[in-house]
Design a protein around this ligand. Structure first.
Ligand code: GLN
Length: 494
């Protein structure tokens, strides 16, 4: 049996039948990481010792009849989720030696189920980026083609799942960082509704946009992970007081009713966007007609403020980042430049040696936009635009259950191709940013592989708290696309 290929659902079944042990599964993945991660760079920290002891504890728990969904399942965590006693770097020099004293709420949830936390994955520093090239640790490579980026900022998590280094992973998504790398790596990524998942213990990038969510091999696993990680948390005042359904119901809905009765909206503004790769456009057409064959009614909808999404996001996110990152001053956390004797000089030196260029760029933009006299012109304005974007979405969702689009305008680009051109990099977020601006959930499901062998995903968004619609439609799509196009989402040999 090729243990590394198992989905979460398959592994938990085999564990419950005692046909495999968690120790075997974990050791298999650790060996695979040791053999291949030097090429890919998915992990910042591999926590072999703790992982194996968690696996032994899981095997005992299963033997004693106490198995839960994630007992003994090896998962990876993006390295900006705090893990007690395990380094949490945010891929930044400024937190290079930071070891948290507590676990993020989502991490605690995995621990309570007896999951195996195999390691911490690479990211763009503080989650700022779309390619995982902005990491101070290393560049992560796309397991499908090592010359290409895995996407970002959760590129390490997506690459780790695609390369079969773990059964599933957590990422975070502020403007697409779960969905876009999932799309580029041929795996499933789901950004929940803002407030669905506690952000306690997540190092903040832009607090009003950040969400934690699953990156998994398939939609079934995403449903399982959502059921675990969602829920109100008194430690996060923005977390929603909403009951958490069993999201695997969405899979059952598809099995019993297909997708009949569902309506999908296609924003007419998306049709006229520049820079859409022809292979992405073709993938989107195929996806649309497949959904139609499955009984989905396709409609045109309108998101009139689409043209302003990127500009408004790239004001709001840097503003919030500049304020969040002010706490990294060399006094309380991580790195301190020990040269200067003067306090102000120490701040300056610490920040200019501790933060990488993209993070510095965003701090400067954000600080400028928030400074006295400019607030109304920039942050205030962008927030007004954001309100209009939210309104666009509520209107659109009066007419449809899900909104369809590609995840990204192009397949994964080459490493280095866009690093000198931040604007092109920012514009590539066009399809994903709005879900964060509007607070709605979105899923990325593999839909095709390009002529160069690079995966491409389709995005579905739904109204707030209707992740169930995404699971149902995403699962239906996933079950049928293979038959229709012969799509294979299993990685070619590493
Ligand atoms: N690419 C976007 C940015 O750099 C989104 C990143 C994210 O979702 N964390 O801000």
């Amino acid at each position: 049996m090729e243990l590394h290929k198992l989905t979460i659902d398959q592994a938990r079944q085999l564990l419950s039948e005692k046909r495999i042990s968690s120790v075997e599964l974990t050791q298999n993945l650790l060996d695979r990481i040791a053999a291949h991660d030097d090429k890919i760079g998915a992990f910042i920290t591999v926590d072999a010792e703790n992982a194996l002891s968690q696996a032994r504890a899981a095997d005992e728990r299963i033997a004693a009849g106490g198995q839960k969904t994630f007992t003994g399942i090896p998962v990876a965590l993006k390295d900006l989720l705090c893990t007690k006693g395990v380094k949490t770097t945010c891929a930044s020099k400024i937190l290079g030696n930071f070891v948290p004293e507590y676990d993020a709420t989502v991490v605690e949830k995995f621990k309570n189920e007896g999951a195996v936390l195999i390691g911490k994955t690479n990211l763009d520093e503080f989650a700022m980026g779309s390619s995982t090239e902005n990491s101070s640790v290393c560049v992560t490579r796309n397991p499908w083609n090592l010359d290409h980026v895995p996407g970002g900022s959760s590129g390490g998590s997506a690459a780790a799942v695609a390369a079969q280094f773990c059964a599933g992973a957590l990422g975070t998504d502020t403007g697409g960082s779960i969905r876009q790398p999932a799309s580029h790596c041929g795996v499933v990524g789901l950004k929940p509704t803002y407030g669905r998942v506690s952000r306690f213990g997540l190092v903040s990038y832009a607090s009003s946009l950040d969400q934690i969510g699953p990156i998994t091999r398939d939609v079934t696993d995403a449903a399982l992970m959502m059921t675990l990680i969602c829920g109100n948390d008194p430690k996060d005042s923005t977390s929603a007081r909403k009951d958490v359904p069993d999201f695997t119901e969405g899979l059952k809905q598809f099995r019993s009713d297909g997708l009949k009765g569902m309506t999908a909206g296609i924003p007419k503004e998306y049709e006229s966007l520049d820079g859409i790769d022809p292979e992405v456009a073709a993938m989107f057409d195929t996806a649309k007609s497949l959904l139609q064959e499955l009984g989905v009614e396709i409609k045109e909808v309108s998101l009139p403020h689409t043209d302003y999404v990127v500009a408004a996001y790239y004001i709001i996110a840097p503003c919030e980042a500049s304020s969040n990152l002010a706490r990294f001053d060399g006094v309380r956390y991580g790195h301190r430049d020990r040269g200067p004797e003067d306090l102000i000089e120490m701040y300056k030196k610490t920040k200019s040696t501790g933060f990488g260029p993209e993070v510095q760029r965003r701090i400067i933009i954000g600080t400028y936009a928030l400074s006295a006299g400019y607030y109304d012109a920039y942050y205030g304005r962008a927030s007004q635009v954001r309100a209009l974007i939210m309104e666009d979405f509520s209107k659109a969702f009066n007419a449809c259950d899900i909104i369809l689009s590609p995840v990204a305008p192009t397949p994964a680009f080459k490493i280095g191709e866009n690093t000198d051109d931040p604007l092109t990099m920012y514009l590539s977020d066009i399809f994903t940013l709005s879900a964060n601006m509007a607070g709605v959930p979105g899923i990325s499901v593999p839909a095709a592989v390009s002529s160069k062998g690079l995966p491409m995903g389709i995005q579905m968004m739904a109204s707030r708290f209707d992740e169930m619609a995404l699971i149902r439609a995403g699962y239906g799509f996933e079950q049928s696309i293979g038959e229709k196009t012969g799509l294979k989402t299993d990685l070619p040999e590493l």
